[in-house]
Ligand binder design. Sequence first.
Ligand SMILES: C[S@@+](CC[C@H](N)C(=O)[O-])C[C@H]1O[C@@H](n2cnc3c(N)ncnc32)[C@H](O)[C@@H]1O
Length: 181
Amino acid sequence: MTEQKNISTASIGLVNPKTPVNVGGIMRAAGCYQANAVFYTGNRYELAARSGEAQYDVDTKNAAKTIPLTRVESLLEQAPKNAKIICVDLVVGATPLPLFEHPADAFYIFGPEDGTIPQQIIDAADEVVYVPTVGCMNLAASVNVLLYDRLAKSAQIAADDELIRESRDNNNRTKVKTWKK
Ligand SMILES: C[S@@+](CC[C@H](N)C(=O)[O-])C[C@H]1O[C@@H](n2cnc3c(N)ncnc32)[C@H](O)[C@@H]1O
């Protein structure tokens, strides 16, 4: 298997997320981009997940089996050691993500579907970034964009045909017509 060297760490913090579809999508993103852990606060996700139906399970790669998803009382107290706290939201004065340099060890905090990151967490952050979108994105989409931006700016990208073969579905045999090997 292609080895994705992971000497840096990226963890995700979610402020009181509401929907299992979003948390599932975030776990799938965590698996795809090799994040280390996902933490969340509040009770809404657990309550909704308990009554949830399997058809809404979007973590079909079962990333939650290998990446810890942990409920915590306080995201700030749970920040992984040495990680910079990066709030990601539409906050006045924030840095546009395209101009942002990611720290090696980061704890990215996102707001809920129907709210925003509390000011107290923003005040404690090392950096606050936003994606210059027209209107706000869906929560899981914003986590995907953030993790993709981190990957795109990383010096450790293992990108080759072997990774494509390992990552794609079993029934996918497509290739680029100019492909020679
Ligand atoms: C649906 S949004 C909630 C509304 C958002 N707080 C606002 O002020 O418009 C859910 C979360 O996704 C993230 N998000 C969505 N769009 C974003 C953007 N353009 N830049 C940064 N974060 C974004 C933030 O963490 C946000 O709290």
